[in-house]
Design a protein around this ligand. Structure first.
Ligand code: DGJ
Length: 751
């Protein structure tokens, strides 16, 4: 609900449990007053502007206007006229001079959403949200700035974005247009970001913020493995269940900046949006620029509630609706098993074994096109290598389909190798800087798909290959960061648009793909999880989380990813041991239990597996099929973190009606002479009775000295009251051996 209090010139945005309040000072300066637990009444709140103290509004003290600009808690800040903090809007006039001053003009409330054209966005109908369009302006530059706030009726979320219109007579250049700002309470002294690297994506990082700033950012052209476009401010000591949390998540896949900053008088300001570095957007009269959306969440019950709010937002309002209820296929992917060394017979062998094991789909990864036997060639040549796939793609796909399996295909449309027909025909289609040979990474270069002929040249090939056979799934990869981002075709003044235009071109291509192939399941990927962001989720309901498939490494990667993104979006597969990235040997059962936390599949040569392990696959697939709907639609609870306790990891998913839950416990390191671990469940109905069963691995039982129980068995622990399970918990036994996983099923009993 959006309320305007005329006598206070105050805007009160209300979600079920939160209030977001801003007001005008002197009728023109828009300031932020509050974001926190829901308020019944806002009377008198403007006193928090402290206009009788140091800021003194310009009306009272024009002589020291800059002191006001330095300290006023602007709702959407601007650069060059006295606010020295990290600001949201910057612009340059036709003389190359920088400075903006935004004042209030008008506002209106729209039922439903204002859709940002060409950008991924949260969806919303007139019944589920309203949007406040707050018009600010700078008359000297001739800029209208629409601050857009979508307020959801059933979720504690506010989605912000900004549209800047040049309604003046001369051109100007936007030098920064961040999506939004958040001014949290000054006591909130911790900042949480999802920092990482290749193979260690999205590791939760917390640090105290006393002075200065903390940021998460990417200048790599994609959201990156190194940082995720997310930042949260926490009250000190926040846990999964207690403390104040303010989260900001950007729905964007390119360069970004998320920054928390304490200013000279102790005020905390956070900003998030497209990174201003390398950004310069000329805006001719009549033109407009739309920023990506940023989703803000406040929780007064710790990180867990923030997580579940983001999961609900992204599942219900961002990802294509059909994937909320549609099952994801269990797949086998040939990459780790064969790399690029495969042919039709090998893949048919994979499909046959997959069928026997109850798997739904075969995915053919990198190496099927051009003459790609290694990474030196062929990106850009999206036609089948008939030496490998004798008889062509259709023959292979038809044969796989005839076995009752779906077929999926890997592509990397944004790239080109020098050794390719595409490059030989169009050497000028890659990004390059005047007079400089672009740098190769994995022997490949980035195509300038911002140019229409390049976009068409690539997309027409991809479309043709997907039309040639029955392809149910596409894995869209992107294996390098952007460098040498220059276009020989564009005006000098437009070079600063390229990085953003590139992201828009990727979005347009994925949107077109889904339009042309509406039943397709798209999975994004970028050297593992370097483009795991909310922007990509608008097009693909799942994203490959990391090339690190070691189940123990995955505990932290998946914990960090699931902090913001729904578990049903995390691509997770069982792979061989010793693991290709770490050399670690983790039991088959544990590898499967960890992969079941996301979308499930196998990344190994299932033709030549240990027969005992192979025999377990149908049981694992059946188990995943039971957990998957709860993962997909239910609530996620982080119970314990190996990253923090260095011994074990534990998480739960609970059906929305609280009738069924699954709890996965991974004992990472065995220790002697330790009692079992008390684990308190979450999210259950405190008044209901539940039967708890535990899936017990036979190998684990044997190590514990128990007589043979077969490979897998289920034990009932009996019935418990839901409240008791949450307050007193259950004791998880210590088992012998490192890397052991237990899965608990918690089912509400009748009556
Ligand atoms: C990187 C991906 O993350 C892998 O899964 C695989 O598809 C390779 N690229 C193929 O080149």
């Amino acid at each position: 609900m959006i309320k305007y209090v005329q006598e206070q010139q105050l805007f009160h945005l209300m979600t079920p449990n939160t209030s977001y309040v801003m007001a005008l000072a002197d009728g023109e300066w828009l300031g932020h007053l509050y974001y926190g637990p829901k308020l019944d009444d806002t009377t008198g709140m403007e006193n928090a502007f402290r206009l009788n103290e140091f800021p003194f509004s310009p009306k009272v003290n024009e002589r020291d206007k800059v002191r006001f600009m330095q300290g006023f808690p602007f709702e959407y800040s601007f650069y060059g006229t006295g606010d020295y903090r990290e600001s949201c809007l910057g612009a340059e006039n036709a003389h190359g001079q920088r400075g903006v001053e935004l004042t209030y003009r008008s506002h209106s409330v729209i039922a439903g959403k204002v859709v940002p054209e060409g950008l991924p966005h949260t969806r919303g109908c007139e019944d589920c949200c309203d949007t406040l369009d707050l018009l600010m302006a700078d008359d000297v530059l001739g800029l209208d700035v629409h601050l857009l706030y979508t307020v959801y009726k059933d979720l504690d979320v506010i989605v912000k974005s900004v549209r800047v219109v040049n309604r003046g007579e001369g051109p100007c250049t936007l030098t920064r247009v961040l999506s939004g700002q958040l001014n949290a309470d000054p006591d909130s002294a911790e900042v949480l970001t999802l920092h990482g690297s290749w193979g260690r994506e999205r590791t939760i990082t917390r640090q105290r913020l006393e002075t200065g700033s903390v940021s998460a950012e990417s200048l790599r052209g994609v959201s990156s493995a190194e940082d995720s476009p997310f930042l949260a401010v926490l009250s000190e000591g926040t846990t999964q269940t207690t403390g104040d949390v303010w989260g900001m998540s950007l729905i964007y896949s390119g360069n970004f900046l998320a920054k928390a900053q304490i200013d000279q008088i102790g005020q905390l300001r956070c900003v998030i949006g497209i990174h201003p570095e390398y950004f310069a957007w000329p805006l001719a009269p009549g033109e407009s620029f739309q920023s990506p959306e940023a989703a803000l969440v406040y929780s007064d019950e710790g990180l867990g509630k923030m997580t579940r709010t983001y999961h609900d937002l992204y599942r219900n309002h961002l990802i294509e609706k059909r994937w909320l209820t549609q099952d994801r296929p269990v797949l086998v992917n040939n990459w780790e098993a064969t790399m690029m060394n495969f042919n039709t017979d090998v893949l048919i062998g994979f499909a046959r074994s997959a069928k026997e094991a109850g798997i739904d789909m075969l995915v053919m990864d990198d190496g099927w096109f051009g003459h790609r036997d290694d990474d030196t060639s062929s990106l850009g040549d999206w036609f089948v290598d008939e030496h490998k796939l004798e008889g062509g793609l259709k023959r292979l796909v038809d044969e796989v389909n005839a076995m009752g399996l779906k077929f999926g295909l890997w592509v990397e449309p944004e790239m080109v190798c020098e050794d390719s027909e595409l490059f030989r025909a169009h050497p000028d289609w890659r990004f390059s800087l005047q007079g400089r040979k672009p740098g190769a990474l994995r022997q490949q270069y980035v195509l300038d798909i911002t140019r229409p002929e390049v976009w068409d040249g690539v997309y027409s090939q991809i479309k043709a290959v997907l039309s040639s056979a029955n392809i149910a799934y596409v894995k869209w990869d992107m294996n390098r960061y952007l460098t040498d981002v220059g276009s020989l075709e564009r005006e000098p003044s437009c070079q600063g648009q390229l990085l953003h235009r590139y992201v828009l071109a990727v979005y347009r291509m994925q949107a077109q793909l889904l339009k042309d192939f509406p039943d397709l399941l798209l999975e994004n990927c970028s050297s593992g999880g370097a483009r795991f962001d909310a922007g990509m989720l608008f097009y693909s309901p799942q994203i490959w989380t990391s090339d690190d498939t070691d189940a123990i490494e995955r505990l932290s990667i998946q914990e960090g990813t699931a902090l913001v993104f729904p578990v049903s979006t995390m691509g997770a597969h069982v792979s061989v041991v010793p693991n290709q990235q770490t050399g670690r040997v983790v039991p088959f059962n544990t590898r499967a239990k960890v992969a079941m936390a996301g979308t499930f599949g196998y990344e190994m040569d299932i033709r030549n597996m240990d027969p005992e392990e192979k025999a377990q696959i149908p049981g694992q697939v059946a188990q995943f099929r039971k957990i998957h709907p709860v993962n997909r639609e239910g609530d996620y609870y982080r119970i314990a973190s190996f990253r923090e306790n260095h011994t074990y990891d534990c998480w739960m998913v609970v059906k929305k009606d609280r009738s069924l839950a699954y709890m996965t416990y991974v004992q990472v390191l065995a220790q002697p002479n330790r009692p079992g671990v008390r684990v308190r469940m979450q999210g259950l109905d405190p008044d209901a009775m539940y039967e708890v069963t535990c899936d017990y691995d036979g190998a684990m039982a044997a190590r514990n000295g128990e007589s043979s129980i077969g490979p897998q068995t289920t034990r009932s622990l009996g019935c418990f009251n839901g409240g008791t399970l949450m307050k007193a918990g259950i004791i998880v036994p210590r088992v012998r051996g490192d890397y052991q996983a237990l899965l608990y099923e918690v089912t509400k009993t009748e009556g």
